[in-house]
Design a protein around this ligand. Structure first.
Ligand code: NAD
Length: 258
């Protein structure tokens, strides 16, 4: 299927590894022009070496001055913007709410939720000038279920759903569609860390905690990050032009989080 993504100008936050990296490569493979940012200097260097055709900036998306500098660089290098992918998000602390360090709460909300506001507010004007504008926000299955010991992360991910549905209504009249993706258990280093932390918090083995996670999915399989990228390609393509305001789960039909 030709998705018509040749030349699409895409900015992806936290793109030097994980889901963002798979997504950046998937858009570039379709002929899109891509710029990523990341907070990890070593990861940015490795990314630049491996992906010389994709722009990359060092940026903490929780810092508004750094986000302004990112947009200055990315908009100039891309020559405008057609698609913003707010992908950055951190797991935050795994702890009962009364034991959670307030600094951990603040940082998780800042990186996972407020970063999407930081980027979106600067994306709106350039997107209004695009013929095919869209915003895709990464939420999580933690944005539709309670997730014990992960109150900051879950609150941020529920917040993203509300943020997305609201900006979809505000920006729809300008033709800008806004959607959020709620991934379930995605293969990769991050999930390994999350399962290990949950095992520790509950006094279980890693394998017991992993079985607990999958027990609540109708399809007993982790999500391949390329499936998330495929959905984002479609949403950003002209074929997705009437899909907006949607919270789309890609989670093997999870019924709850362990
Ligand atoms: P990850 O933990 O692998 O991190 C990806 C990148 O984010 C890293 O390169 C890291 O340096 C960068 N990063 C961290 N803080 C940043 C900041 N302040 N500014 C800029 N970059 C920063 O993440 P991932 O697993 O690829 O997840 C991507 C998104 O998908 C997140 O929003 C996450 O919450 C969401 N998600 C992931 C899963 C999963 O199982 N992996 C499940 C549901 C939702």
């Amino acid at each position: 299927m030709d998705l018509g993504l040749e030349g699409l100008r895409v900015l992806i936050t936290a793109g030097a590894s994980g889901i963002g990296l798979h997504t950046a490569r998937a858009f570039a493979a379709e002929g899109a022009r891509v710029h990523i940012c990341d907070i990890d200097e070593a990861a940015i260097s490795a990314f630049r070496a491996d992906n010389p055709d994709i722009g990359a900036s060092l940026c903490d998306v929780a810092d508004r001055d750094q986000v302004q500098a990112l947009f200055d660089t990315a908009l100039e290098s891309l020559g405008g913007l057609d698609c913003l992918i707010n992908n950055a998000g951190i797991s935050g602390a795994t702890a009962p709410v009364e034991q959670m360090d307030p600094a951990d709460w603040d940082r998780c909300i800042a990186v996972t939720l407020t970063s999407q506001f930081n980027c979106t507010r600067l994306a709106v004007e350039p997107l209004k000038a695009s013929a095919n504008p869209s915003i895709i926000n990464l939420s999580s299955a933690a944005g539709k279920f309670g997730f014990q010991f992960r109150s900051a992360y879950s609150a941020a991910k529920w917040g993203i759903v509300g943020f997305t549905k609201t900006i979809a209504r505000e920006l729809g009249p300008f033709g800008i569609r806004c959607n959020t993706i709620l991934p379930g258990l995605v293969e990769g280093d991050r999930l390994t860390r999350v399962i290990a932390a949950k095992a520790d918090a509950l006094g279980k083995t890693y394998s017991e905690a992993e079985t607990d996670f999958l027990a609540h999915a109708s399809i007993k399989e982790m999500i391949d990050p390329r499936q998330l990228a495929d959905m984002m390609l479609f949403l950003a393509s002209p074929r997705g032009r009437t899909i907006s305001g949607q919270a789309i789960s890609i989670d093997a039909d999870l019924q709850t989080l362990a």
